[in-house]
Design a protein around this ligand. Sequence first.
Ligand code: DQA
Length: 149
Amino acid sequence: MRLLLINGPNLNLLGTREPSLYGSTTLEAIQLDLSESAKVEGIQMEYFQSNFEGALVERIQQAIGVFDGILINAGAYTHTSIALRDALLGSKIPYVELHLSNIYAREAFRSKSFLADKAVGVISGFGTMSYQLALQGLLAYLRQTSEIS
Ligand code: DQA
């Protein structure tokens, strides 16, 4: 099984970006941790981060036929991007939306997600653990709905 983790704008700054909200762990460390879990689960993980909406759309399109599932922290594009929504739906690849912070406990504009209603599920508010929880949720879903292991 192959899964793709996509991170959107400003998540390359994890570690130094607003640590009171997002913690002090870098994206690289989060990804190393996920790779450990992937090894334990016997799956392959790949990673992509971009600050550009179009680059994220292109990566999703390139994932068609290659990846079985997507984990996505779309950052601020979560709340604005119909293009990302359309790309994910067009890909037909099951995805889990995730956030480090609890987007429902912050500014009102963060409570709107263009991705959530079509996601397998949403994980929000568990800090770096959100990535692990999203991985476990997506794996359980994919294993339940297919013969893939
Ligand atoms: C975020 C929440 C978004 O509202 C914000 O724009 C981010 C990070 C999170 O992981 O908590 O960039 O996706």
